[in-house]
Write a protein that binds this ligand. Structure first.
Ligand SMILES: C[S@@+](CC[C@H](N)C(=O)[O-])C[C@H]1O[C@@H](n2cnc3c(N)ncnc32)[C@H](O)[C@@H]1O
Length: 217
């Protein structure tokens, strides 16, 4: 397990000094809605959004320490106060550390597709794990997803289509153009990209039928 590391505008905190679930409103004070990005890489999208929407609050999760630190250093240099960046395994953080139902938006761009069958349980969007991701969303919240690994993208679309209360649609592009470094690179290469946007109706993400079976088995 990768040790979890918490970066905040005022400095870094060990996870052990904080209760679980994380008291997000105390760590990043304000009344603005939360947006979460899982696997933010070099943080291009998270940094842009935190800069252009100072009234909202942003939580990033990234397993690679140098990317988390790069984002934190850039956000501090810009004087941004509306963010929190966790270095750690997304599925562990979703299951054990983050509160449920707090996010107005969850962003997942070009997540690792784990193509080998035996590794697919590590996917963020597997029938057994999708509830952890959707469980972040507040009623009315949206999920944005993109991948160039089309087989995985089709599987994600099928999994989301089976979730009661979730309405998904495909997009040819985001209104503002490519959001992340991977998207910009792949779009420039002309590589096909599958993009999804899904909205969760009230009240909360129910268990996906397949996921529920896996959990209850
Ligand atoms: C293919 S890159 C995409 C980066 C960025 N989202 C983009 O679109 O440019 C996948 C990112 O997810 C991160 N990642 C992979 N597995 C992860 C996990 N279990 N928890 C958190 N982040 C993870 C990787 O370190 C990497 O930065």
């Amino acid at each position: 397990m990768v040790p979890v590391h918490v970066a905040l505008p005022a400095g870094d905190r060990p996870l052990a000094s904080l209760p679980a679930p994380l008291p997000l409103d105390a760590l990043v004070p304000g009344a603005g809605p939360w947006e979460v990005e899982l696997g933010f890489g070099k943080g291009r999208y998270l940094l842009r959004r935190a800069t252009e929407a100072p009234e909202r609050r942003f939580l990033g999760v990234e397993v690679v320490a140098k990317f988390q630190q790069l984002f934190a250093a850039r956000a501090r240099r810009r004087g941004l106060a509306n963010w929190l960046a966790l270095r750690g395994e997304a599925l562990y953080l979703l299951a054990a550390v983050l509160p449920a139902g707090f996010a107005a938006a969850v962003h997942v761009y070009f997540p690792d597709p784990w193509p080998k069958e035996r590794h697919q349980k590590r996917r963020l969007f597997d029938p057994a794990t999708v509830d952890l991701v959707l469980g972040l969303l507040a009623p009315g919240g949206t999920l944005a997803f993109a991948t160039d690994f089309l087989e995985y993208g089709e599987r994600v679309a099928a999994i989301l289509a089976g979730v009661p209360g979730l309405t998904s649609r495909r997009l040819d592009a985001w209104p503002e153009g490519p959001r992340t470094n991977y998207e910009a690179k792949y779009a420039a290469e002309g590589r096909p990209i599958l993009r999804l946007e899904a909205t969760l109706a009230a009240p909360a993400a129910p268990l996906h039928p397949e996921g529920a079976a896996a959990v209850l088995a």
